[in-house]
Ligand binder design. Structure first.
Ligand SMILES: [Zn+2]
Ligand SMILES: [Zn+2]
Length: 220
């Protein structure tokens, strides 16, 4: 068994991030991560894109994914190259995800400022909950996610939701796997062989990243 540190929630300039996938991987390596999931909003990687990225990334793990803007809020699908269109009812997104054998994660479920799905979480089928998101402004959003996961015996994971390179790794997940193949990583997440890590130094950190992101957007 090996332990892999993987940031399961990363954006690039393929959606509203500022850096390319290769640049994000460069920063992730500097932070000693073993892999990232690229989860751009409503824009999954194609198989060709992944192949090209993987050529540059060597042994670094790149999980293809997408953050779907479902009607009820955001939902992460890992291990897919396609996604239902924006605004699709979440039940249909989940049906799609199951058909494609995706790992289904509910990001920032109780963050009303980041399009969390809120109470809908009680009515749907998924694999894991993101119990910490460094971009959540109010601690109560993350606290609710964590206590919901504990109370309902759900698998807890974490990701940075990085839109800037410096935010990569502020939260990530340690995954125990028997191989570094993607299938085995997906399997470990589903079986709960995971441990979420929170690396965010402070609330000020979250705020300054938010401001920096706003400023960079002005120049985009
Ligand atoms: Zn989101
Ligand atoms: Zn996100």
């Amino acid at each position: 068994v090996q332990l892999m540190s993987i940031d399961l929630h990363v954006h690039t300039k393929r959606s509203d991030g500022v850096a390319s996938p290769i640049e994000m991987i460069y920063f992730a390596r500097k932070k000693h991560l073993d892999g990232i999931a690229i989860t751009d909003h409503d824009n999954p990687l194609t198989e060709d894109e992944l192949e090209l990225i993987q050529e540059h990334a060597y042994d670094f793990i790149v999980i293809p994914g997408v953050e779907v803007s479902a009607r009820e809020g955001h939902i992460l699908l890992l291990g897919v190259f396609e996604a239902p269109e924006k605004g699709t009812p979440i039940k249909d997104v989940i049906k799609f995800g199951r058909k494609k054998d995706a790992v289904i994660i509910i990001p920032h479920p109780f963050d009303i400022l980041r399009k969390g799905i809120g109470k809908t979480i009680k009515k749907i089928d998924y694999d894991a909950i993101e119990i910490y998101n460094p971009g959540s402004i109010l601690p109560i959003f993350n606290n609710r996610a964590r206590s919901y996961a504990i109370k309902n015996n759900k698998i807890p994971v974490a990701g940075s939701d990085a839109h800037l390179p410096e935010a990569i790794g502020l939260a990530y997940t340690i995954i125990a796997t028997t191989s570094n193949k993607l299938k085995s990583i997906y399997d470990s997440i589903r079986k709960g062989r995971v441990y979420p890590i929170i690396n965010n130094s402070s609330f000020l950190n979250t705020i300054s990243l938010k401001i920096r992101r706003k400023i960079l957007r002005l120049f985009k």
